[in-house]
Ligand binder design. Structure first.
Ligand code: FEO
Length: 424
């Protein structure tokens, strides 16, 4: 519920970043939850920019639909619609494209510059009107000519969606990054050297928006780092005009502290919850078996402590995770689901996954967890183990063997699997 009452202000006014370059975005101080999951302690901004050259005006991104009036009111103060020759869409998510359709109705001559992967999304956005406009698919190195100003495009997928790109204003060395290096922080003072302390928001945004795509973010930084940069102009939060390179360095640090590993071996994390000690015994046996492989470092954690957040960093670094859970009321236990739910913030694709657990009556939990691991694009090369009530000594040996097989898959020494077609 929005309880924030805005202070009445005169109409929106564009803010000059540099000669001919204006912020024409919108402030949303009342927003408390963004995209259903992100908390925003003081709202956000939807930053849109207008760049004037001797041969035309470019609009870079727009705003969320309900803020269109403020956007158009500001844009009209810096440009006429018939002067707009280029519309640059660095990202097609609705918080940046809410005014696109109306802008094109007012400036139908504008050529739309979008990354090739954005084309389908643009078509869906404009529906039947799509065919009425000129669309230019741009890749790294392509430019848009504004006369005495040039916009150069950098293809930077997955910062945040597949079609995201950055745009560089060559003559004034301003980099428009959309979500990259943005944050949900609403402050009408706009510039990083004038607004309140936004460090928490900057890192929180990185953790929730960028972190799942850290490999792609790293590749985007590779493209950006060689540029001379006077300001970074993202689509949310402060414009970074003071020491902009420090923010790139900070992003590198946020990425590399998780990329760096002290461990030369493969890492396997085993998490478990145990109601009567049976799943705990299985966990210990799986760990024993996995640890026989000298090239795998195995760690064992009891999730009964109830908190899962501290484990997310570990899992991000790990090569594999195995989850032990009893089946209770036909389901895995809540702590295990909590841990799995928290993995959406990190990249899990390609990691090894596994599951095991004791059960009393039905034993669905292991298959349910395996299915979720596969949903997270992890590979589950060995079928998990279910044991009724407490494990016998031979069953514990089965658990050790399960651990051995997991380690073998981690180190690439697993026997080729023979598929039993009769069981399919
Ligand atoms: Fe700010 Fe991914 O949209």
């Amino acid at each position: 519920m929005n309880t924030v009452q805005p202070i009445p202000r005169p109409g929106p006014v564009p803010v000059e970043l540099a000669p001919g370059v204006h912020w024409v975005g919108a402030l949303d101080p009342g927003l408390r939850v963004f995209d259903v999951i992100l908390r925003t302690a003081n709202g956000t901004s939807y930053n849109s920019y207008a760049v004037r050259g001797s041969g035309g005006v470019a609009v870079i991104d727009t705003v969320k639909a309900e803020f269109s009036d403020a956007f158009f009111a500001q844009l009209e103060q810096v440009a006429r619609y018939d002067e707009i020759t280029a519309l640059v869409l660095n990202h097609l998510e609705p918080d940046h494209t809410g005014a696109v359709a109306e802008l094109l109705r007012r400036a139908p001559q504008a050529r739309i510059h979008v990354a090739p992967r954005g084309l389908d999304m643009l078509r869906a956005l404009l529906k039947d009107d799509f065919a009425d406009y000129q669309v230019v698919k741009v890749r790294t190195g392509d430019t848009a000519d504004l006369g005495d100003r040039t916009l150069r495009f950098l293809t930077t997928p997955y910062v945040h969606w597949p079609e995201t790109q950055c745009t560089y204003l060559e003559e004034q060395e301003i980099l428009f990054t959309c979500d990259l290096m943005g944050c949900h922080f609403c402050d009408e003072r706009l510039f990083n050297d004038a607004v309140g302390d936004f460090r928490f928001s900057f890192e929180y945004y990185f953790d929730h928006i960028m972190r799942p795509f850290r490999r792609h973010v790293s590749e985007a930084l590779d493209l950006i780092e060689p540029l001379a940069i006077s300001a970074i102009a993202p689509a949310h939060g402060p414009v970074l005009r003071s020491h902009p390179r420090e923010y790139i360095t900070h992003y590198r640090r946020l990425l590399t502290k998780r990329l760096a590993s002290e461990v030369a071996q493969k890492t396997l994390l085993i998490f478990y919850v145990s109601a009567y000690g049976a799943t705990s015994q299985m966990a210990a046996a799986v760990a024993e078996g996995a640890s026989e492989n000298p090239d795998v470092r195995v760690s064992l954690f009891d999730l009964a402590v109830g908190e899962v957040a501290p484990f997310v960093d570990l899992i991000e670094e790990a090569d594999g995770i195995v989850l032990g859970t009893p089946t209770i009321n036909g389901d895995a236990v809540k702590t295990v689901w909590d841990l799995l739910a928290s993995l959406v913030d990190i990249e899990t694709k390609g990691k090894l996954g596994g599951a095991f657990g004791s059960y009393g009556w039905t034993g669905e939990a292991v298959a349910m967890v395996e299915s979720r691991l596969q949903g997270l694009k992890m590979r589950v090369p060995v079928k998990g183990i279910r044991i009724k009530l407490h494990p016998t000594l031979p069953e514990l040996e089965d658990c050790r063997d399960y651990g051995r097989q997991l380690s073998a898959h981690l180190t690439g020494t697993a026997e080729p699997r023979e598929i039993d077609f009769a069981s399919l």
